[in-house]
Design a protein around this ligand. Structure first.
Ligand SMILES: Nc1nc2c(ncn2[C@@H]2O[C@H](COP(=O)(O)OP(=O)(O)O)[C@@H](O)[C@H]2O)c(=O)[nH]1
Ligand SMILES: [Mg+2]
Length: 437
């Protein structure tokens, strides 16, 4: 979803020259380019204009110090604006931290029921012992209730089917069950319509009014683009909600809704749904999203994904190694395995700085995966000592390793060079005086 914005934004760097202050022409070109990029991404005109105005004011009103690279200086200003626009760094409270009653709101098919399971999985990850109850008052479609029952079983949660056919009585019944049985969390699934209508909104308002201190989560389908902002406005006026979850961010939606949500609704986006599976949910962090949109990469999310899939100590070692640039061929090998565990190279690329700018083709990705497999074979043919002290690898050792891995000697040489480059690169990323640290 954000790839679209990223593609258009990553070329913005070239609007700024490396030296000296921004000229009026450059500022105008920049503003026009940004506005067009936003409109192309399905951002409403008023929002696009608002953003361009804000960021232009910041750009024109500031002067890069002599000692710094102007391009970096101005991009940092754009980055800061973008973060603020998307919700700021402090605006990312986690609604799931506190137990309570969560009412899911949204149109039919937006992803409410699926999202309940995803949220439960994310609670269980943090507090495995949490007792979570699912219940539904989506009486429009009996299949919708079965769907929730099945999901509850799959993600180890409790399910309660109210006996009353009346929505409000059912809610009262569910709430008393929650209190009597001492559940920590209750997720209340509600009915949606294909379009917002009066009766639906009135019913939802009445449901919400029955719950003490409810957390009201609006689930919006990112694929519906700008229309989702109108839906959100209506729900806000008639029912009220605390924040949104954007589902189907994995689709080829152009990201305009996600970009505009905070600005248009003055409420946070808590999560984005990234697939149909129960684990496909990510927190929405404005700063990480801004990095991704600007093609600066999202190292934090990348590392988090690694965290989840790797044993803890291995992982801490790796982070230290990455940060200090102090890693050996053994680490390199582990890194290749780590990448394999996290997903294909292609799926990882969008998190890496600059990947967007270089427009990596599927052939290049395939080539990269082939090389990783070859590198792995080479490292595996080395002795422990050689892996720790790569400088030892020369002449006859190289020939032995090449034979062991079934490659030409030149490939071994090439890999050693890449390793050195990688070591330097990670040092810059992790420990160096990068722009965004
Ligand atoms: N690709 C994708 N599909 C999703 C996502 N969230 C929900 N869906 C799918 O959207 C459809 C409707 O979801 P559902 O939870 O039943 O919506 P509800 O009517 O609002 O309860 C289902 O086929 C889900 O699998 C998501 O983040 N990505
Ligand atoms: Mg449903």
């Amino acid at each position: 979803m954000f790839d679209f914005l990223a593609r258009n934004f990553s070329s913005l760097f070239s609007c700024f020259s490396r030296k000296g202050p921004l000229s009026e022409d450059q500022a105008r070109t920049f503003g026009d380019t940004v506005q067009q990029a936003l409109l192309d991404a399905d951002v409403p005109l008023t929002v696009a204009k608002g953003f361009v105005q804000d960021v232009s004011l910041d750009l024109v009103g500031s002067m890069p110090p002599k000692s710094v690279d102007s391009q970096e200086y101005y991009m940092k200003i754009v980055y800061d604006r973008l973060v603020a626009f998307l919700g700021g760094v402090e605006g990312v409270s986690d609604p799931l931290l506190k137990p309570g009653v969560f009412v899911m709101l949204g149109l039919q098919g937006s992803g409410k029921t699926t999202t309940i399971a995803k949220l439960a999985v994310s609670i269980h990850k943090r507090s495995p012992g949490a007792r979570i109850l699912f219940a539904s008052v989506d009486f429009q479609r009996p299949a919708a209730i079965d769907q929730l029952r099945i999901l509850a079983e799959r993600v180890d949660c409790f399910f309660y089917q109210a006996s009353s056919p009346d929505v409000l009585q059912a809610v009262a019944e569910i709430l008393s069950v929650k209190d009597a049985q001492g559940y920590d969390y209750l997720f209340l699934d509600t009915a949606g319509r294909l379009h917002v209508d009066d009766r639906l909104l009135a019913e939802l308002a009445a449901v919400v009014a029955l719950v003490k201190a409810p957390s009201r989560l609006l689930v919006l389908d990112a694929m519906t683009g700008q229309e989702s902002l109108n839906v959100a406005r209506l729900f806000d006026e008639r029912v009220g909600f605390d924040g949104a979850i954007l589902s189907k961010a994995d689709s080829d939606a152009r990201g305009g809704a996600a970009f505009s949500f905070r600005y248009a609704l003055k409420k946070p986006v808590f999560f984005v749904g990234t697939g149909e599976g129960v684990a496909d949910l990510e927190r929405f962090y404005p700063d990480r999203m801004a990095s991704r949109i600007l093609g600066l990469g999202d190292i934090a999310t990348l590392v988090e994904r690694a965290n989840e899939k790797l044993k803890k100590e291995e992982d801490e070692r790796m982070l230290r190694a990455l940060k200090t640039g102090n890693f050996t061929l053994d680490d390199f090998l582990r890194q290749i395995d780590m990448m394999n565990k996290m997903g294909s190279l292609g799926s990882l690329l969008k998190y890496l700085p600059g990947a967007m700018q270089f427009k990596i083709s599927p052939e290049q990705v395939a080539q990269g995966e082939f090389e990783m497999a070859r590198f792995k074979a080479i490292i595996q043919s080395m002795t422990k000592k050689e892996r720790l002290m790569p400088d030892l690898v020369s002449g006859s050792r190289k020939r032995r390793i090449a034979r062991g891995a079934g490659v030409e000697v030149a490939v071994v040489t090439q890999m050693m060079q890449r390793f050195e480059e990688g070591r330097r690169l990670f040092k810059q990323l992790g420990g160096g005086k990068g722009l965004f640290r």
